[in-house]
Design a protein around this ligand. Structure first.
Ligand SMILES: Cc1cc2nc3c(=O)[nH]c(=O)nc-3n(C[C@H](O)[C@H](O)[C@H](O)COP(=O)(O)OP(=O)(O)OC[C@H]3O[C@@H](n4cnc5c(N)ncnc54)[C@H](O)[C@@H]3O)c2cc1C
Length: 428
């Protein structure tokens, strides 16, 4: 059955829910579904005043089943993941079997043909459930897979996408180098054509899924003299001779998300592994970046909403000077300000999502969303941590982890300073 434009076929949507962790009978009827669905988003204790109009009932069901998956399969192991610095491969396989990987990819390539609202749920629920470190699975599904889908040959799509959807192969994307991050044109990795191969040399750092990955989209110069117009994207299989992985990097947050270094020493990459056309890589990156930046904004707002819920509940339970902390005007004003700003962010981000679904989100709006929402995320999480007092500094409290995890959002996906540069280019 062909997929409906802008959304999954009913068959595909059904398949997603069937694949997912059993949705309780409670929500089998549409009316029950609505109330259970509402509880999914109310659970964080931060009901928004302006109702969201983005989701249909099937998205709420999907959120419910994702919550169950997180509770059963992720939460019990999360501390161990943080200690070891990566998420078990077994979880990738379970997420694949449950339909949580590459769900927006077409069915013919192992996905579910799901519309982007499902992807939004995938970004929001880990933040709400304080397991933000699942971000590597999302990068795999919503950044790496789309490059293959949009620019890969039929052979590449068939080789990698179904295995990625099953969680059998893990994807990464490698742009950043030790000496070049924001300034992508300054990268030094080179891919020199030699017959039917490119010979790839260079190194990359800060790569998400860097130690677990089986395939990497590598950004390299195929024509170093041409700046941005000499950059190409190559799919590198990590079994290729000359490819090595460096150490897993220790971070101040996102501790369960594996971040590493990659090295390429005369790696012979078949010409067929080029994504799109030679020297067009920079244009492809610019094409994909708005959705990637919006993803960061989506997570940021969900995490800020969750933090308000955690802080609000804590402040009603904790007493000082014979009364609830919530009774202090400072507490109420702090949370009221946070709720107001997060509500504003929510409306803006949901509108950006609608525009993205229609194919109308421009790079400037995506940069605004990424910059403003992640600054707000940091501010709100810091204020909510403060309201927890000393307990807010303890790792066992979700607010502590969320605060540490959130810091990177202002840096990766293009730093917020770069976002402002991009926005400023559109000044009248
Ligand atoms: C946890 C984590 C995961 C990551 N995952 C990936 C990944 O999967 N793949 C990948 O390729 N990369 C990844 N990155 C890298 C990330 O995208 C870069 O760190 C980011 O783009 C910034 O680059 P940089 O670190 O080289 O900083 P730099 O570019 O050196 O910047 C340093 C400072 O200078 C500022 N600056 C730079 N240029 C300007 C300018 N023109 N105007 C004003 N200020 C400027 C920056 O904003 C920043 O504050 C990850 C990073 C982290 C921390």
């Amino acid at each position: 059955m062909p997929l409906r434009r802008g959304g999954p076929s009913e068959e595909a949507a059904g398949a997603i829910v069937m694949l997912c962790y059993a949705v309780p009978k409670l929500i089998a009827s549409p009316a029950n579904c609505r109330s259970a669905a509402a509880s999914v988003f109310d659970r964080v204790g931060c009901s928004m005043s302006i109702p969201r109009t983005l989701f249909a009932e099937e998205h709420f069901q999907f959120a419910e089943s994702l919550d169950r998956f997180i509770a059963l399969e992720v939460a019990p192991h999360y501390e161990r993941y943080e200690e070891q610095g990566f998420i078990d491969r077994e979880l990738w396989l379970k997420a694949g079997a449950a339909g949580f990987l590459c769900s927006s990819m077409p069915e013919e390539y192992g996905g579910a043909g799901a519309d982007k609202r499902y992807s939004v749920v995938l970004f929001e629920q880990p933040a709400r459930n304080a397991v933000q470190n699942l971000i590597g699975l999302l990068l795999h599904s919503e950044i790496v897979a789309p490059y293959l889908l949009h620019y890969g040959s039929e052979a590449l799509k068939r080789q990698y996408l179904p295995a990625m959807a099953r969680g059998e192969m893990i994807g990464a994307i490698a742009m950043t180098e030790p000496a070049a991050g924001s300034d992508l044109q300054g990268i030094r990795a080179t891919a020199v054509r030699d017959g039917g191969h490119y010979v790839l040399n260079g190194s990359k750092t800060f790569i998400t899924n860097g130690s677990l990955c089986d395939l990497v989209i590598v950004v390299a110069k195929t024509d170093p003299g041409k700046g941005a117009k000499g950059i190409s994207l190559l799919v590198v299989d990590t079994t290729m001779p000359g490819f090595t992985k460096g150490k897993r990097l220790k971070k101040i947050g996102m501790k369960a998300q594996d971040t590493g270094e990659l090295f390429f020493d005369d790696v012979r990459v078949p010409v067929g592994n080029l994504l799109g056309d030679e020297n067009q890589g920079f244009a492809y990156l610019m094409q994909e970046l708005p959705w990637e930046r919006l993803q960061i904004a989506i997570s940021a707002v969900a995490q800020a909403e969750a933090a308000i819920g955690w802080a609000s509940r804590y402040c009603r339970e904790r007493k000082a000077f014979g009364q609830e902390i919530m009774n202090f005007q400072n507490t109420r004003f702090t949370l009221a300000e946070a709720m107001t700003e997060v509500q504003i962010a929510r409306v803006f981000v949901d509108r950006c999502i609608e525009l993205h679904i229609k194919g109308e989100l421009d790079a400037t709006a995506a940069s605004m969303a990424k910059y403003w929402c992640t600054e707000l995320q940091s501010k709100v999480l810091d204020a909510c941590l403060q309201l927890h007092g000393g307990y807010g500094y303890m790792w066992e409290y979700p607010i502590a982890r969320a605060w540490a995890d959130a810091r990177v959002a202002r840096i990766y996906g293009g730093s917020n300073e770069i976002m402002k540069e991009l926005i400023a280019r559109q000044l009248p």
